[in-house]
Design a protein around this ligand. Structure first.
Ligand SMILES: [Fe+2]
Ligand SMILES: [Fe+2]
Length: 190
């Protein structure tokens, strides 16, 4: 009887171990798969900074749609805002964990990196305000417009100064690595 209980306990432990492994695999595999996919794409000549610039254009287009909504279209505003938040969160994670550290450590541009981090914080605070406010508040669209201005200025700085600075610095292999890391970070959110 005692033997049976011990076996049951061991079986249970093995099952729990299996469940933990399965859970770990389900959390880790998508980012890892995304990382190898990103590296494969970079080897084929894709550019991680071009992918980030594409995110900028998509987010700005969604923000334009959001700003154009009439005041009473509260559900539409909420769903577009959620879309913007999701895209920006994945994008910011990749920049904050991969791109800005490169800027800080390898491009020796710590001030610029710090400035970009602080602009992300500003963008996040705007997103929070827009989420908290009633979507038909008369001030809502004005805050949405300042969020758009912030994102647009920030994206212009990245695309015209910081990304080219990093492109010059990284060889083909490093670009492939950055591409993989960017995809992995994004896959943690999307
Ligand atoms: Fe950024
Ligand atoms: Fe960006």
């Amino acid at each position: 009887m005692a033997q049976q209980a011990w076996l049951d306990g061991r079986g249970l432990a093995a099952f729990a171990g299996g469940a933990v492994l399965a859970l770990l695999a389900s959390r880790l595999l998508p980012p890892l798969a995304a990382q190898s996919y990103g590296m494969a794409r970079a080897k084929a000549g894709s550019d991680p900074f071009e992918a980030l610039a594409r995110d900028h254009r998509l987010v700005l287009a969604t923000l334009d749609k959001m700003i154009a909504t009439p005041r009473q279209a509260t559900a539409k505003r909420a769903s577009l805002l959620l879309h913007v938040k999701r895209s920006l969160t994945a994008h910011a994670l990749a920049e904050e964990d991969v791109v800005y550290p490169l800027l800080h450590d390898q491009a020796h541009a710590p001030e610029e990196a710090r400035h970009l981090y602080s602009e992300h914080a500003d963008i996040k605070m705007h997103l929070h305000t827009l989420e908290q406010m009633p979507k038909d508040d008369p001030a809502w669209v004005g805050i949405a417009r300042s969020l758009r201005d912030l994102v647009s200025d920030h994206a212009r700085q990245e695309e015209s100064v910081e990304f080219p600075r990093l492109r010059k610095l990284l060889d083909r292999q490093a670009m492939a690595q950055v591409s993989g890391q960017v995809s992995r970070e994004k896959a943690m959110v999307l």
